[in-house]
Write a protein that binds this ligand. Structure first.
Ligand SMILES: Cc1cc2nc3c(=O)[nH]c(=O)nc-3n(C[C@H](O)[C@H](O)[C@H](O)COP(=O)(O)OP(=O)(O)OC[C@H]3O[C@@H](n4cnc5c(N)ncnc54)[C@H](O)[C@@H]3O)c2cc1C
Length: 448
């Protein structure tokens, strides 16, 4: 452990009346309007350590934000460390690793790695921050083949609650906590992640009429269990907005969005996808084809502009017809609902096999459900009820919580993600690296 040197801090601290406050606290998920007492725009690990010292001096809890994709509260009364300027990415193609700043996004990592023919295990949307994603495990289209994102976290530099800069090479318990333990272990200022020799995918999405959901969902459930580990899929019931930037047949439409990727190439990919293309359902659009890895966001086509959303999720033990019926009853065709999306992801494969040292929750769950609604003022009384209601409808098949997709409504249940032994280990690590509970308000932190 080394004490980080003192830094001149005056220009880093922004209060709510200062110019630049709104930009510094801006979030992807605008359902939460952050209002920390103080924002600290960190530009180096030393700045982060200075922020922690300042928080201790002022008696403020510390919160952390890179992109605001995972914000789950308004961060009121905290000192918010914005890591968004810690976005350096260095690639060592020989070792197949990227060294990434604690505020970098996957977009920045992919831009740096793909020219070397290398790819990270990122998620469905590359606008998400690397640190926030890996701290929750991190499931993405490559995960069935290579494991979750945090399986490839080799090392991190962390500023702890005492303001020390710790290298996880000297603290394997801290590395184990950062691999999926989610929050409360300090501020990650640098990470080293493994890369994979993936340059192209056969993948994309097929949009089918929403009315066909009762036929498509059981067929998808049966089909995904036959896929090899190099192939991955999810399916979403999407209520698309009347957005003129969408292709006209999709504007304002209720659709089933089937997503598929494989690293095996076009011939094998098309053969694997053939049973779903062979359903007796006319697609609205079939956008699956060969693509560079760098285009991976096109598979899920998640929104890229900030928007106010309320979300909830659960892992699932299995997906019998009764579970699909329960989902269709709350999110299927003919249901009047403000939901934007109810998504099923198929897991399995390498996700079930982690390193010895980690904290990833729910590896054995074969499926996950994720629901999302628009948190606009006119629906503010409805959406926080409807969205968790989708998850509750599948409660008989719940296999616990997925830390990265908890959402604000269920943030309090994060402790249920882990077995007792893992939870005890995470809490012990938290007490060690943050003895005064400085990070107790950080995101969805186990231990409250
Ligand atoms: C459109 C969209 C798509 C998504 N797709 C996926 C997906 O495919 N797979 C998946 O697993 N997840 C996915 N997520 C969830 C996402 O991984 C989490 O919300 C993640 O926490 C976001 O991290 P962030 O840094 O972008 O967000 P932020 O809101 O900035 O951070 C969220 C939390 O991460 C922690 N954090 C962030 N940076 C640091 C740091 N440097 N040090 C310590 N703690 C830190 C803090 O607890 C913080 O509260 C998605 C979310 C959205 C909105």
């Amino acid at each position: 452990m080394t004490a980080a040197p003192a830094t001149s801090t005056a220009s880093l601290a922004i209060r709510s009346h200062d110019p630049g406050y709104d930009a510094a606290v801006a979030t992807f998920n605008t359902a939460h309007r952050p209002r920390p007492d103080l924002v600290w725009e960190a530009r180096s690990p030393d700045d982060v350590a200075a922020a922690v010292r300042r928080a201790r001096a002022e008696g403020l809890p510390v919160t952390v934000q890179a992109t605001g994709h995972g914000i789950a509260s308004d961060l009121a009364g905290s000192l918010l460390v914005s890591t968004r300027h810690l976005d350096d990415v260095r690639v060592d193609p020989g070792r197949r690793v990227a060294v990434v700043g604690g505020g970098a996004t996957w977009t920045q990592v992919i831009a740096a790695t793909t020219p070397h023919g290398l790819a990270p295990v990122c998620g469905s949307s590359s606008g998400v921050g690397v640190a926030g994603f890996l701290l929750g495990g991190g499931h993405g289209p490559l995960s069935r083949e290579f494991g979750v994102g945090s399986d490839h976290l080799r090392r991190a530099l962390v500023v702890t609650g005492t303001g020390e800069l710790v290298d996880t090479d000297d603290d394997p318990d801290l590395l184990a906590a950062l691999r999926g333990g989610k929050a409360g272990f300090g501020i990650v200022v640098e990470l080293e992640v493994d890369l994979h020799p993936v340059t192209r995918l056969y993948g994309g999405g097929i949009f089918l009429p929403g009315e066909a959901a009762p036929e498509v969902l059981p067929a998808w459930r049966d089909w995904v269990t036959t896929l090899p580990e190099h192939a991955s899929s999810s399916v979403a019931l999407l209520r698309l907005p009347p957005d003129p930037s969408l292709p006209p047949p999709l504007q304002g439409r209720f659709v089933v969005h089937l997503r598929f990727t494989t690293t095996a190439g076009a011939d094998d990919g098309a053969a694997l996808l053939a049973p779903m293309r062979g359903l007796d359902v006319e697609p609205i659009a079939d956008m699956v084809g060969e693509m560079p890895f760098a285009a991976i966001d096109a598979v899920h086509a998640d929104p890229t502009d900030p928007m106010p959303v309320w979300d909830a999720s659960t892992l699932l033990t299995d997906l019998p017809d009764a579970a699909l019926d329960a989902l269709l009853a709350v999110a299927g065709p003919g249901v009047e609902t403000p939901l934007i999306m109810a998504e099923l992801r198929a897991f399995g494969g390498a996700i079930t096999r982690g390193p010895d040292l980690d904290s990833v929750a729910g590896r054995d769950a074969p499926f996950a459900l994720y629901a999302l609604g628009p948190m606009v003022p006119e629906l503010a009384g409805v959406v926080p009820v409807v969205v968790p209601g989708v998850v509750d409808a599948l409660a008989p098949w719940s296999a616990g919580v997925l830390p990265n997709f908890l959402g604000a409504a269920r943030a309090g249940v994060i402790g249920r993600a882990w077995d007792d032994a893992t939870l005890a280990r995470l809490l012990a690590t938290q007490r060690r690296v943050d003895p005064d509970g400085l990070f107790r308000q950080v995101g969805t932190r186990v231990g409250g």
